[in-house]
Each structure stands twice: as structure tokens, then as C-alpha cells.
Design a binder for this molecule. Structure first.
Ligand SMILES: [Zn+2]
Length: 689
């Protein structure tokens, strides 16, 4: 289940239903503390035992456990393995043993902890809860790690649940990095007073950006490995307690942070790979409310990364290049951002569009016919002997007097100066599109461009190419679009701010992070429905009996005073219904119908100017809705040999085909996801016949 997907609820809710104790093994002391605080504030008795707790408090917690007062016990693995802990646990009724961050069990995981492997011994020797349910949870498990967890804990396959990786409340936006500081200010301006993280590549950049933002009046703290432990803890605490809005950080920041109301994540530089990007944006919006993720993507960043890659060993270079390629594929895609992103994690994105990414929101923007500039660019590659990178080619096209141009006598070429109508930046975008769509390949080491066979069709005028070389505005999407519920909730900004202040005041008094009192969503509803009585307050999202008793009167008083002053009446809260989606024929129906009328996948790819993978995904969706598909169109698109096809079917049988990542890995990445999807369609159609 992805970060922020609600893993904790999977054991916290059962823990309330069980008579006995739920034991949670967790490697991070900060997370334990955080969870215990949140549970306690909701009126659930929870304690933790670990080495950071003072002796008398430890003893107090042990007593509470013995008296059966505790519902959830959080433990570090080291504590669990201590004989006295085991004696304690063998004397009481344990109903559930939960292993959080279960990937630590596996040597193949990125975070192996030897003590984790010993937990299984406790289970098999039945030291703890002879009949206890065992639950293992993780956000980052490749199929290999999953197998390892199952084997080690002796769990069987039937109990494996893999949730979708999609985080629907994150708005994904990627903008070309032009004037990064200005772009960041523009973005921050729309997120005033909100919590957010800005990731930078280097410590120096973190320090500089922190100072520049502070100069602009932003409440901001730095975080990187060069700061002292005390400074880091202090800054982190300030961020969690809402004393500082923005954390500017290197990737060193984030592990063990569970602040649910992080409203934005900015990548000031290109992240290392898709996995780290996803992990980092995963720190936003854990409360389920809309959060914005902006990645500033500069083409010069690629050069920087390539430079680092070239320093590595040949074997490492291969892996790093593959990572970079996937990342570029994601960044440069003009489809819904979620398609390549989910694809990377082996999941098929099933919707027509998410309405929560820049490409979906900008879909209506006109695509231009770029055939002529593309022809100019391609022939310039040919005329210069396929020896130069895009910067030089663009200089030639734009008629530059640069020394390198003159030295090679490229000012005498027929393509010299024929491209003055586009700016340098526009040419760069076009060249990236040509690479991205496979018309041109780039030498990984020298950056020189070569034509691929597909380019011939464009040069001959037999194929057209569409796209956009215009500039994308940062933050164009604004606040108005989005699928989360608070978007259509019309709340009173002034009251919301007052409620936040009250929350912060109460939180400081109890030394808690503000979100442990009430999440933002609760305050938004209060500021929208103006509850006047204890009863109507209980109808507000996130207000249960325990919180009502603890904080209810303080918030009610504030709301009543505000309403009196402005003559506002309570608004009854009704059960909300989901808005009906715009009617009209959906894309996958158009694709499926045209396909059945005889159009090939290749033709459809051109007609809708998308990648073959997108067409295949539309067909899958069409088929999943119970519509038949013509088999010959599928077999015609398959490029696998009969032998390979048989092998894929065999692997499907063994690994299942709900998720494709297991099959993809089992086949050693030798068969692409597109081919796997085709094979899955093939199998589905033959089974339904
Ligand atoms: Zn989208």
C-alpha cells in the first residue's frame, strides 16, 4: 500500500474490536511516538516500549499492559526480542501481532534489519499470542521482497493484499525550469500559510534557497546532513508543530515524518529516479485532502545527472541510465501523468484521465502541427553527419555565428538559419519530443543525435507530428480543480484561520502537533457548517466522542462568538453525493468501437496521437466492462514469438496477472509491459470465447 494509503488503520480498527492486545513492531521511534499521541487524543489507550523511554514511564506502561488497560502496544524489534518483554507478553492475551515496515525483514529490501528476521522465531515458537493474527505491512515491496516476507513469516499467498499505488488527492505538475526562484515564489504565493517541503539537490542549494525565501518573508527552515543533530531535530520539530511553514531539504529529510497536512512538495531539482520522486511526493496529503506536487524540470539537469552517471562502474551505469530513462519518459509524457507513473509500478491506470495532473487539466490546449519544424530539425541532423548534440543543431538552425558553427563551416549548409521562427527553448522542447517519441536517439555519453528509422516517414512527409512547443505556466491549475471533497466545500476563510490559531494554541499547551488535535478537514467543515451545538459538532468530520469532550467546548465557543458577530446561522450538514461525471462518450469506448470496426492498434495510436500502451490500456478497460474485442486485432499487434507467448502464459499462471509487475520481474524484464498487457487481453478474450 502506498505511503499515506492508510496502513495504520488496517490494524488500529481491528485493535479496537479485539478483546486482547495488538502488538505493533515498528523500527522508527519517532513514528511510534506520533502514533501513540494521535491514538491517545482520539481516546484510544496506546503505549510504546523502547529504549528512549525513561525508566519510571517504562514501568508505568508495563503495569498498564498487565492490567489489560492498553489496546495497542508499539515496540521496537530490539525490545520485542528481550526476554523480559517476551515474559510479559506470554502472560497476557495478545490477539494481533503487526509488523510495520515489513520490508525490513528482507535482505532484498532497501532497509534490512537483522532483528526483524528473528520475529518469525517468536511466532513459530508461539511465545506470543498462540492464536494471534499476524499482519505484515509495507509501502515498498518489490515482488521479491514480498516473497521474502511471506516466507519468513510463514504467511501464505491467499492473505496477500496489494493496494493501488495511486494517490488520487495529489495534483501532479511538471513545469520547465526557467527562472526557478520566480517560479517557486509564484507557486508559494498560492499556498500561503500552508505546510510544504521543497527538495533540492545539494546542501548549498538548500541553504541558499532557505535564505532567499526568508528574505521574502516566508517562514522557512533548512534540513540537510550538514547541520548538527540538534539543529535538524529543532527544525523538524518546528515544521511538525506548524511553527515553520516550509522545510527546504535534501533527500535526507522525510523518513519518519508523518505530518498529515503537508499541502505541497516542490522538486526544485530533478529527483534521482521515479521511486524516490514517488516516495517524496508521498509525504504530501496524507490526510486525504488535495495537495500539490510541482517538479521543476530543467534540461540542463539531465546533463548534470549524466555527468554523475559517467563516474560510476559500467554495471551501475546501466541501472542508473535505465532509471533516468524511466524518469524522462514520465517527465516528458503528454498523457495523463498517472499512466507512466502507475505503469512503472506495474499497475495499469484504468481511468480516462485523472483531472488531477497538468496534462489532464491542459488537455484541451491545442496541439500544433509540428511536422515542418520537425523536418527542419531532422534534416539538420543529417546534414551535420549525425555527430552533434541539440545545442549545436539549434545554433545552426537559428543561424548563429558561434565559433563552433563557423569552424565546421555549418553556416554554408542549406539548413543554416532556416529555424529563426522558433526560440532556442522551443527548439529544445521539439528535440526532446523527437527523442521521446523514438524518431531520434541520443548518444548517452556524447549527447550526439542520430536518426531512427521512424524519422524517414516524417522527412518524406508521409507522417505528421503533433505537439506543443509553447511554454507551460506554473500553477495554472490553481485551486479550482480537483477531486477531493474540500474543493466544493465553501468555507469561511476568516473563521478557518481563527480555528487554526485556536488549534495551535491548544496544541502548544499540550505539547502536541496541531494535527493531533483536529485535522484541517475538520476545521474546514466547522468553517463551512458553523455548528452551534454539541450535537451538530458531532456530525463534523473527525469529531468523535473523545475529542468532543476534550476540545468541543473551546471550538464551539469560538464558532458561536464568530457567528454572533457576523450574524451567521448554522448550516445543516447533509450527506454529500458524488458529482456525476460529465456525460459524453468516453475515450475507451471510442477506441474500443473503432478497433472492433477494423482499425489496428497502430492506426489508433496515430489517430489519437498517443502511445500504443495508452491504446492497449483503453482496450483493456473496454474489455473489462464486458465488451467483446476482435481477437485478430490483438494477435496482429503481438510481436512475441510463439515460444515467448507460451512462456508469458505460464508465468501468468504462476504469478497471476492482476498486477503485471510480478510477471515482468519473473521474466527478467525481457517482455515489455505493453506486450504483457496484450497477452493478458489475449488470455481474457480466449477464456471468454
Ligand atoms: Zn492525469
Amino acid at each position: 500500500m502506498p505511503t499515506g494509503g492508510g496502513k495504520s488503520l488496517c490494524y488500529q480498527i481491528p485493535a479496537l474490536l479485539f478483546d486482547g492486545l495488538t502488538v505493533v513492531v515498528s523500527p522508527l521511534i519517532s513514528l511510534m511516538k506520533d502514533q501513540v499521541e494521535q491514538l491517545e487524543s482520539s481516546g484510544v489507550k496506546a503505549v510504546c516500549l523502547n529504549s528512549s523511554i525513561p525508566f519510571h514511564e517504562y514501568q508505568q506502561n508495563v503495569d498498564l499492559i498487565k492490567q489489560g488497560e492498553v489496546k495497542l502496544l508499539y515496540l521496537a524489534p530490539e525490545t520485542l526480542l528481550k526476554p523480559r518483554t517476551q515474559t510479559l507478553l506470554s502472560e497476557i492475551n495478545v490477539d494481533c501481532l503487526t509488523i510495520d515496515e515489513a520490508h525490513c525483514i528482507s535482505e532484498w529490501g532497501h532497509d534490512f534489519r537483522p532483528e526483524y528476521r528473528q520475529i518469525s522465531g517468536l511466532r513459530s515458537s508461539r511465545t506470543i499470542g498462540k492464536d494471534a493474527v499476524c499482519l505484515a505491512l509495507t509501502a515498498t515491496a518489490t515482488p521479491r521482497v514480498q516473497r521474502d516476507i511471506r516466507k519468513n513469516l510463514e504467511l501464505d499467498d491467499s492473505g496477500t493484499i496489494i493496494a493501488s499505488f495511486d494517490r488520487k488527492n495529489l495534483f501532479l505538475e511538471i513545469a520547465e525550469k526557467q527562472v526557478p526562484f520566480e517560479q517557486t515564489l509564484h507557486f508559494l504565493d498560492q499556498h500561503r500559510g500552508q505546510s510544504g517541503i521543497i527538495y533540492c539537490f545539494s546542501r548549498r542549494q538548500v541553504d541558499e534557497l532557505t535564505m532567499d525565501l526568508a528574505d521574502q518573508g516566508y517562514s522557512v527552515r533548512p534540513y540537510h546532513a550538514g547541520l548538527s543533530e540538534t539543529e535538524r531535530t529543532e527544525n523538524q520539530e518546528a515544521f511538525i508543530r506548524d511553527d515553520a511553514d516550509i522545510m527546504v531539504a535534501t533527500i535526507a529529510f522525510g523518513m519518519g515524518i508523518n505530518k498529515p497536512d503537508v499541502r505541497f512538495v516542490i522538486h526544485y531539482d530533478l529527483p534521482q529516479n521515479i521511486e524516490s520522486y514517488y516516495q517524496q511526493i508521498g509525504r504530501a496529503g496524507r490526510d486525504g485532502l488535495r495537495s500539490d506536487c510541482l517538479l521543476l524540470f530543467g534540461y540542463s539537469d539531465i546533463g548534470k545527472i549524466n555527468y554523475f552517471i559517467n563516474q560510476k562502474s559500467p554495471e551501475e551505469q546501466k541501472v542508473a541510465r535505465a532509471h533516468l530513462d524511466s524518469l524522462l519518459h514520465f517527465v516528458e509524457s503528454t498523457d495523463c501523468r498517472r499512466i507512466p507513473l502507475m505503469d512503472y509500478f506495474g499497475e495499469t491506470y484504468q481511468d480516462d484521465g485523472c483531472d488531477m495532473c497538468d496534462n489532464c487539466v491542459n488537455e484541451d490546449s491545442e496541439k500544433q502541427d509540428l511536422t515542418i519544424p520537425a523536418q527542419k530539425f531532422l534534416s539538420c541532423i543529417v546534414r551535420t553527419g549525425e555527430l552533434f548534440g541539440s545545442n549545436h543543431l539549434i545554433d545552426v538552425l537559428r543561424g548563429s555565428q558561434a565559433q563552433k558553427v563557423l569552424k565546421h563551416s555549418h553556416d554554408h549548409l542549406s539548413t543554416y538559419g532556416i529555424g529563426r521562427d522558433l526560440s532556442k527553448r522551443q527548439w529544445v522542447r521539439l528535440s526532446r519530443q523527437l527523442i521521446h517519441e523514438g524518431y531520434v536517439s541520443q548518444d548517452p555519453e556524447y549527447g550526439s543525435l542520430k536518426l531512427e528509422s521512424a524519422a524517414t516517414d516524417i522527412l518524406k512527409g508521409e507522417k505528421k507530428i503533433f505537439g506543443s512547443v509553447g511554454e507551460k505556466k506554473v500553477g495554472k491549475s490553481g485551486r479550482q480543480s480537483g477531486s477531493s471533497f474540500q474543493q466544493d466545500l465553501d468555507y469561511d476563510d476568516t473563521l478557518f484561520e481563527l480555528l487554526r490559531k485556536k488549534r495551535k494554541y491548544l496544541a502548544d499547551g499540550e505539547q502536541l502537533p496541531p494535527y493531533a488535535i483536529f485535522p484541517d478537514a475538520t476545521l474546514m467543515e466547522m468553517a463551512a457548517y458553523f455548528p452551534q451545538s454539541e450535537e451538530s459538532l458531532l456530525h463534523i468530520y473527525g469529531v468523535g466522542a473523545a475529542k468532543q469532550e476534550k476540545y468541543g467546548s473551546r471550538f464551539l465557543k469560538l464558532i458561536r462568538d464568530y457567528c454572533d458577530e457576523y450574524g451567521i446561522k448554522e448550516r445543516p450538514k447533509r450527506v454529500r453525493t458524488r458529482p456525476v461525471r460529465k456525460s459524453g462518450r468516453r475515450r475507451h469506448h471510442q477506441v474500443g468501437d473503432s478497433f472492433n470496426k477494423g482499425q489496428s492498434i497502430e492506426e489508433l495510436t496515430r489517430q489519437f496521437s498517443v502511445k500504443p500502451g495508452t491504446i492497449i490500456q483503453h482496450l483493456e478497460k473496454y474489455s473489462l466492462e464486458g465488451n467483446p474485442l476482435r481477437m485478430d486485432g490483438i494477435t496482429e499487434a503481438l510481436t512475441l514469438s510463439q515460444e515467448q507467448q507460451d512462456l508469458v502464459l505460464k508465468v501468468f499462471e504462476k504469478e497471476g496477472n492482476e498486477m503485471l509487475r510480478p510477471a515482468y520481474d519473473a521474466l527478467d524484464e525481457s517482455v515489455s509491459y505493453d506486450e504483457l498487457r496484450l497477452m493478458r487481453l489475449y488470455q481474457r478474450i480466449s477464456e471468454s470465447d
